[in-house]
Design a protein around this ligand. Sequence first.
Ligand code: FE2
Length: 207
Amino acid sequence: MNTAAVFSHPIVQPPFPYEETALAPVISANTLAYHYGKHHKAYVDAVNKLIAGTAFAEMPLEQIVRSSAGQAAHAAIFNSAAQAWNHAFYWQSLRRNGGGEPPAALTELMDDSFGGIEQCKKELSSAAVGQFGSGWAWLVHDQGRLKVVKTSDAHTPIEHGLKPLLTIDVWEHAYYLDYYNRRIDHVNAVLDKLINWEFALQNLRAV
Ligand code: FE2
């Protein structure tokens, strides 16, 4: 085994896209420090350890997720890789002074797909609150329309060929230090004050 080759493409945790205080008070600096510095980092470290010496070692992260999905023999790699991918996507789904009115191009598609932004937010909130246990709520693009889907544990829409536009992490580590068991309060505050509609539009334009 060529060790240099194995480690020539490590999966890198993307730099944190804002200051740790940027999302306070909706998400505290303490929560972000642990979430990015411990949880997200642990998934990245784990996937690098697990793929070393395997065919996955030369793949970009998204390809590792797709290639290991649904394969029992690669469940550990899938879980770490998908969580690493989901978290990198999640940080971009939030921003300081987010929420509010989405850009016009997104609003039009929301009107067609849900009947308006409020209905879209309601569906996202219901998916996030209704996800039993750990998981994620997603706004996705599917065949010309927007849809809301929820996934459990590490699962992610990219397994199924859906194009994610944004996500909300509803693992307890995302909110428990700030909201304890009140997931609904966290989710609704995120939707009202942090959600990054511009990132969703950027992903939509990349479809
Ligand atoms: Fe998380």
